[in-house]
Design a protein around this ligand. Structure first.
Ligand SMILES: Nc1ncnc2c1ncn2[C@@H]1O[C@H](COP(=O)(O)OP(=O)(O)OP(=O)(O)O)[C@@H](O)[C@H]1O
Length: 582
């Protein structure tokens, strides 16, 4: 808990002047406003009461007191305005910094992290949890806590100065308030945690539904998923209802009962002391006590809410910092320089989980410029081999070398710098066709982009749009067919001119005409680079210099298309089956 608070305060470091100005002004406003009941008391006792008794109104004093009253309230309001404005601006800036930090951290995390955490939960941390901190901690807690404390302590001091017995009697409120606060915080915290958890689940489910909408609709699962979604929203609603009930009952209902009860008790106590002749009581004094007690309860209410806000902020802060503390991908190691693109796997064994090996003793070598095709049934380990080559994961045994350098000893940035990947269903980012090809790299100009598109046979795409390569891409590039997305990814790979290229099932989803274009584009792409290709259509890898046939994580056959056919083994069988299907 303490480290979280420390880290939350740590974000104030860059905003010290704003924070000090904001809180200083708020405290000054709270202090100034405490003097106004005394002005009201003077006007009642020194102007109104004598006026009733003598019929003479001391207009000068009344106007002076009124002016002071108005002036103090105006200055107080101005202080509050400037302070809140500054603190809110500061809160926005802090949350922006926090989101930048989290985003920056997120893209340095190892791929394995994203295997375990649903995307929606990560989104919830960067958006919802930081928003909780903004509104609850950096606005409510920081701005109100100090001014409320000043108000509470100030009122206690003022009442004690006016009447020490009353001041002492009011101390009874402290244990009641502490109990009240504990009760409220305990339940509010529980409901709040539920609310946050269900919010995170809702965002996770929504994310999945949006991503999987075509499958959901194709399988007509809308009803079932709607039911699941309704259940989660129902739980969120139930927790919210409990919280609202508790909040109104405890924070408002109980506060008012306690406030009115205290005022009544004070009036009774003062009246009996007055009637017994043990104290003098003026209208002004009675007013000032009632006013102060009223003023005591507003910040007390505020403090109780603040404790709940602190709990929520701590919960959000813990989640955010747990994410921020996730170890990032290690970038240490020597610089790897790929000059030729010779790749070798030597007795590599690997499992995503240490006790579940998915690759067993993989050994092969790819000469520079060679095309190596990986084939095998689904789950046989093709993608896993490429995941190791990219160092998304490290093998538990064996070594992988590129141009004779063991990649485990080299830093990942330098390794990936000269490698490119084209996925089966390429992901296009919101932006333009050009930005998807350059990936924001400023030194790649429009001419290079157009030349790359022409080389991969995708120049026809540009004729379709008046803006050419600056045609906007929205929503993962859904406007483009999967073949077109692949061509754009090919152009992306081409402008980066990698030494090693990975093509993941590049031709499994497209029509024959597009397949021909893609086949041609792949030939262009493969020129002069070592290429690893996963292809389900065996017809597309006939030209590969080497084919690795994988089965249950092991290389069962290895050779060229012709030698493997002659062998009449697994490859031959797969090839025959595919030929029969055509
Ligand atoms: N992130 C992961 N975490 C745990 N296990 C995984 C992960 N990715 C893959 N696996 C497992 O590793 C094995 C090999 O999977 P891999 O994706 O390499 O196969 P593949 O040959 O590429 O299959 P496909 O042709 O279907 O893409 C499978 O049993 C799979 O369930």
């Amino acid at each position: 808990m303490l480290p979280t608070i420390k880290r939350l305060f740590g974000y104030l470091k860059n905003h010290k002047p704003t924070f000090l100005l904001g809180t200083g002004l708020l405290m000054s406003a709270a202090f100034l406003e405490l003097t106004t009941p005394l002005l009201a008391k003077r006007s009642l006792d020194e102007v109104m009461t004598p006026a009733f008794q003598t019929g003479k109104l001391n207009l000068e004093l009344l106007l002076m007191l009124l002016a002071a009253y108005l002036g103090i309230n105006l200055i107080g309001s101005l202080f509050r305005y400037i302070s809140i404005l500054n603190l809110r601006k500061m809160a926005n800036r802090i949350v922006k910094e926090m989101r930048d930090d989290l985003f920056n951290h997120m893209h340095q995390l190892p791929i394995s992290y994203f295997d375990q955490i649903p995307a929606g939960k990560i989104v919830a941390r960067i958006t919802n949890d930081t928003e909780v901190l903004r509104s609850n901690f950096y606005v409510n807690v920081l701005s109100n806590m100090l001014s409320n404390l000043i108000s509470i302590i100030g009122v206690f001091i003022a009442i004690t100065l006016l009447n020490p017995y009353l001041g002492a009697a009011l101390l009874v409120l402290i244990p009641i308030l502490l109990l009240w606060q504990r009760f409220y915080t305990k339940y509010a915290n529980r409901y709040n945690l539920d609310i946050r958890e269900y919010t995170s689940q809702i965002s996770g489910q929504l994310n999945e539904f949006v991503q999987g909408m075509p499958v959901i609709q194709a399988f007509q699962k809308e009803g079932q998923l709607l039911q699941e979604f309704k259940e989660t929203v129902g739980k969120w609603h139930a927790a919210g209802k409990k919280y609202v009930f508790l909040d109104s009952a405890v924070a408002w209902g109980f506060a008012n009962v306690l406030r009115n009860g205290t005022i009544l008790a004070v009036i009774i106590a003062l009246s009996s002391l007055f009637l017994d002749g043990r104290m003098t009581l003026s209208a002004g004094l009675l007013y000032v006590f009632i006013d102060y007690i009223n003023r005591l309860f507003d910040p007390i209410d505020g403090m109780i809410q603040i404790f709940a806000n602190i709990q929520q902020s701590l919960a959000a802060g813990q989640r955010i910092f747990a994410f921020a503390d996730e170890p990032i991908e290690d970038q240490s190691g020597k610089e790897l320089t790929i000059t030729q693109g010779a790749v070798a796997f030597h007795e590599v064994s690997f499992g995503y989980l240490p006790d579940q090996e998915v690759l067993h003793q993989i050994t092969f070598a790819a000469a520079p410029g060679e095309t190596v095709a990986l084939v095998g049934h689904t789950g046989s380990g093709k993608s896993s081999i490429l995941n190791l080559l990219f160092r998304f994961y490290d093998p538990q045994a064996g070594t992988i070398t590129i141009d004779g350098q063991v990649i485990k000893d080299c830093n990942r940035h330098s390794l990936r710098k000269d490698m490119a990947i084209v996925l089966q269903d390429p992901y296009l980012f919101t932006g333009t066709i050009a930005s998807n090809i350059t990936m924001g790299q400023a030194d790649i100009d429009d001419e290079q982009v157009i030349a790359a598109l022409e080389k991969v046979g995708a120049a026809y795409l540009l004729e379709r749009y008046p803006e050419g390569i600056h045609h906007p891409v929205v929503e993962k590039g859904n406007e483009f067919s999967s073949g077109e997305r692949q061509l754009i990814s090919f152009a992306r790979a081409l402008v980066f001119d990698p030494k090693i290229l990975i093509l993941d099932e590049a031709t499994s989803h497209v029509d024959t005409e597009t397949e021909a274009i893609i086949q041609k584009a792949m030939e262009v792409l493969q020129e002069g680079r070592t290429t690893f290709m996963i292809a389900h259509r065996l017809s597309t890898i006939k030209e590969a210099q080497q084919i690795l046939v994988l089965d249950k994580g092991a290389i069962k056959e290895q050779g060229t298309h012709e030698t493997l056919l002659q062998k009449e083994g697994i490859y031959h069988q797969m090839y025959r089956m595919q030929a029969e299907q055509l």
